[in-house]
Design a protein around this ligand. Structure first.
Ligand SMILES: CC(C)(COP(=O)(O)OP(=O)(O)OC[C@H]1O[C@@H](n2cnc3c(N)ncnc32)[C@H](O)[C@@H]1OP(=O)(O)O)[C@@H](O)C(=O)NCCC(=O)NCCS
Length: 122
């Protein structure tokens, strides 16, 4: 459920167990009210498995966030960002209009399973 707004661009992919928060849900202490802040995720972004995006974060177009990372604040476009807090570790070569392939290994894997099954037949 979005509280203050979550914007996700076209062709963006979100890995399993990832979470995007635009609200912290609870106050940390009595002097700091619960934080509500919109999140903006650009186009053709890839959040790998188990990425957490915290309130107020922005992720630029074409950026990739590695598995297990926690995004807090602003990530520029076209970078690989890793860790907690996620920080850019390399620039990505991505032209406008280029889309990441979806699960290219899946076909190869199922073909190899089929061929294993065939070969193991008596
Ligand atoms: C995003 C990803 C594919 C990038 O892979 P890559 O381009 O091969 O990245 P590299 O291995 O070159 O990593 C670059 C640097 O980031 C570090 N790094 C990569 N992934 C990291 C992670 N999840 N957490 C912390 N550091 C990480 C590497 O150690 C490396 O550091 P170094 O330069 O000091 O050696 C990969 O990090 C990842 O998350 N894979 C899992 C994908 C996934 O979750 N798929 C299923 C759901 S869609």
């Amino acid at each position: 459920m979005a509280y203050s707004g979550i914007e996700i661009g076209d062709d963006t992919m979100i890995g399993e167990f990832s979470a995007i928060y635009d609200c912290n849900h609870h106050a940390v202490d009595e002097e700091h009210p619960t934080k509500y802040a919109p999140v903006r995720i650009g186009t053709n972004v890839w959040l790998a498995r188990n990425v957490t995006v915290l309130p107020g974060s922005t992720i630029g177009d074409h950026t990739v966030v590695a598995a297990g990372s926690v995004v807090q604040g602003e990530l520029p476009p076209r970078v690989l960002a890793v860790g907690n807090p996620a920080r850019p570790v390399k620039d990505l070569q991505v032209s406008d209009g280029w889309e990441r392939q979806g699960r290219p290994g899946r076909i190869a894997r199922s073909q190899s399973m089929m061929s294993t099954t065939k070969e193991s037949r008596p």
